[in-house]
Ligand binder design. Structure first.
Ligand code: ZN
Length: 289
């Protein structure tokens, strides 16, 4: 019982910090709304808090990150897991993520959020191909894996649609994001055009579900990707396409740059750390409203 007590105390502590963090976010949201009447109140609350996730599972999952955890009994939605010599019950999706993440939980601006990162294409579907052998699918996988690291550094939970060059059906990506109860879906792509002079960033969103949140997320990512960067701002666009055709959460599809433009391609191939830092700060900017 002693070990269990200590686990309970740790969870309680994390609970208290979670409540403090959410109250802080809510108070920021309300004070922001006082001054910006045009903002939608719903969009101002971090979606994970608004949607009412299983906070205890999130906290247990957070504690499990980077630790030795194994599933003792798969009960469907919930798993009984062994962690640090104790067994506890946890929402399966959080256990799945915790087991895949090697780094320990950290406090950050994205605590409480699960972010689904979707590197576009993969396997039999390479996406765009330029200069003979540069595949969009490979560039996006590299950026997706780096983005995962950045988001975890901000305290988020992340799930990637693919971690290697394998084919994943678009419907499976969407279903997977629902399964992990993601608060944000971000699909990563790069564009091409017949003329090499066309360049810059476009972020797509869909107004069918979570319209205000998706538009806000699109605007925040568009802003941070292009402000003071070599990527030109080509604007955000409401369009039902690809994995955001039927969104189940605030969702965006980012066309980061044009592979047919020399400067954009150079950045996509060698400027990944700057790109993921900008993507992450766009998501933080969104989450902090
Ligand atoms: Zn694409």
């Amino acid at each position: 019982m002693k070990a269990g007590d200590s686990l309970f105390r740790q969870v309680k502590m994390l609970f208290i910090s979670a409540i403090v963090v959410s109250l802080f976010i809510l108070s920021l949201a309300y004070s922001f709304n006082d001054h910006q009447g045009s903002r939608d109140a719903e969009a101002s609350v971090a979606p994970e808090f608004a949607a009412g996730p299983d906070m205890q599972s999130f906290m247990l999952g957070a504690m499990a990150r980077g630790k030795d955890i194994s599933v003792v009994n798969d009960q469907g939605a919930f798993y009984e897991v062994a962690m640090q010599g104790e067994t506890t019950t946890i929402l399966g999706s959080y256990a799945d993520i915790a087991m895949q993440e090697a780094s320990p939980f950290v406090e950050g601006a994205l605590n409480g959020m699960t972010i689904y990162v979707d590197p576009g294409h993969g396997g039999a579907d390479p996406g765009a191909i330029v200069n003979g052998d540069i595949h969009e699918s490979e560039l996006m996988l590299d950026i997706g894996l780096r983005l995962e690291e950045r988001l975890m550094d901000e305290g988020a939970f992340t799930k990637l649609s693919r971690r290697d060059d394998s084919f994943v059906d678009n419907d499976d990506r969407v279903a997977d994001s629902k399964k992990v109860n993601a608060g944000v879906f971000i699909s990563l792509h790069a564009n091409t055009y017949g003329s090499s002079s066309v360049h810059g960033t476009e972020v797509y969103f869909n107004r069918d579900a979570y319209p205000e949140q998706s538009e806000q997320l699109a605007a925040d990512i568009q802003h941070t990707l292009t402000e003071g960067s070599s990527f030109a701002n080509r604007g955000i666009r409401a369009e039902e396409l690809n994995v955001i055709e039927h969104p189940h959460m605030p969702s965006v599809l980012v066309e980061i740059g044009y592979m047919t433009n020399g400067e954009d391609l150079e950045k996509l191939m060698n400027g990944q750390e700057d790109i993921v830092a900008r993507l992450a700060s766009g998501i933080v900017r969104y989450a902090e409203q």
